[in-house]
Design a protein around this ligand. Structure first.
Ligand code: AN7
Length: 359
């Protein structure tokens, strides 16, 4: 059957008015990929590890799940300007869904994004430009940008589409439903990167709802990972100047801090930090051994699982899902920068190519 996006599939869980015009670009239904290379490196007996590849969403990240719901609701309620702060993916997604809205009867829909100047992967910036949003690069980090858009959104007609908007969390919780359907059960452990902490909040909400209605008979342990240089939840205090190579999660004061802590606590899980070295090592393994192209922030879920396994925190026989939140194609600079291998050059003839290859 033709996949028509997640609102179509999960409408009864989403509180969307039946007469709404749905703004969807066919998000959701992303692959769950078995990960033998990750199972092996964990070194724990009989693990089943899967990668949930959210980079396969239309704008290349999990944000699309939240955006289809947030923008459908905002625009059907008469709001015309979608505003967000972003480390890149939220802005790409908001810009994409606003563009689509313009073509289905909301010609006046606009998207305004605030991003930290110099700290957004080029592909994400390119997307926001190409989808036709208004972009302001501020001389400050994501946390500052979020403060400003919160103020901006008090004006009439404006919808704030960051994950402080509960409609975003509603949309993103569908990923938990999908995971359970794809596996045929709940995973034992779900590993996920944590930035502004909306996604871990959303997954936990989804699992709790499926459990409450009897669709699954247990809930997973939630383990979340921040980058060590941007780990306010782990440190227990806001980080004034967050730093990490994983710019998507370069966030020092997450909006959903408390609900992320609750998700970890209620699920008997935890939130920990992984270093940039651990992130890049996992990022390379995911590419070179699984053939999956994710961005550095996404690799925090796998880095965190590997770290947990080495610390003896992962029981034998567990089924584990690592969320790969975004597509690596957004950030080719990091792929090139972090690999020793450089392409060879040769003249356009067979001898020269054979020589370059050292054959
Ligand atoms: C690839 O786009 O915050 O913990 O402004 O892009 O729900 O914030 C992105 C976050 C993980 C963290 N992986 O998710 C933004 C933004 C990727 C991301 C996260 C983000 P949350």
């Amino acid at each position: 059957m033709l996949w028509q996006g997640l609102i179509h599939k999960y409408q009864k869980y989403l509180n969307i008015d039946k007469n709404s015009k749905i703004i969807s670009i066919c998000e959701g239904n992303t692959p769950l990929i078995k990960a033998p290379a990750i199972e092996k490196i964990c070194g724990v007996k009989n693990l089943s590890v899967y990668l949930k590849f959210e980079g396969a969403n239309p704008s290349g990240s999990f944000k699309d799940r939240g955006m289809t719901v947030a923008i459908t609701k905002a625009i059907n309620s008469g709001l015309h300007t979608m505003v967000c702060a972003s480390t890149g993916n939220t802005s790409a997604s908001a810009a994409a869904y606003t563009a689509y809205a313009r073509s289905v009867g909301f010609e006046n829909a606009k998207c305004v994004v605030l991003i930290p100047d110099g700290y957004v992967a080029l592909g994400k910036l390119a997307q926001a430009i190409a989808y036709g949003s208004k972009i302001v690069q501020i001389n400050g980090n994501f946390d500052k940008a979020l403060d400003i858009v919160k103020e901006l959104s008090k004006e009439a007609g404006i919808a704030l589409v960051n994950s402080v908007n509960p409609d975003r969390i509603e949309g993103q919780k569908t990923a938990a439903f999908e995971v359970c359907e794809q596996l045929g059960k709940s995973p034992d452990i779900l590993s996920i990167p944590v930035g502004n902490a909306g996604n871990i909040t959303a997954y936990w909400k989804g699992f709790c709802e499926y459990f409450a209605e009897g669709s699954i008979n247990k809930k997973p342990q939630m383990i979340g990972f921040q980058a060590a240089g941007s780990a306010p939840i782990v440190l227990g205090k806001a980080v004034e100047n967050p730093e990490t190579i994983a710019t998507a999660i370069r966030i020092g004061n997450p909006a959903s801090w408390q609900s992320a802590v609750n998700a970890a606590k209620e699920s008997n899980g935890y939130i920990d930090a992984v270093t940039d070295e651990e992130i890049i090592s996992a990022y390379k393994l995911i590419h070179s051994s699984q053939g999956v192209c994710c961005e550095p922030a996404s690799a925090a879920s796998v880095a965190g699982l590997i770290k947990s396994a080495k610390l003896g925190k992962i029981p034998e026989n567990s089924t584990i899902i690592c969320i790969l939140t975004g597509n690596g194609l957004k950030d080719p600079e990091t792929a090139i920068k972090t690999n020793e291998f450089k392409p060879m050059k040769a003249e356009a003839n067979i001898d020269s190519v054979v020589k370059a290859l050292g054959l």
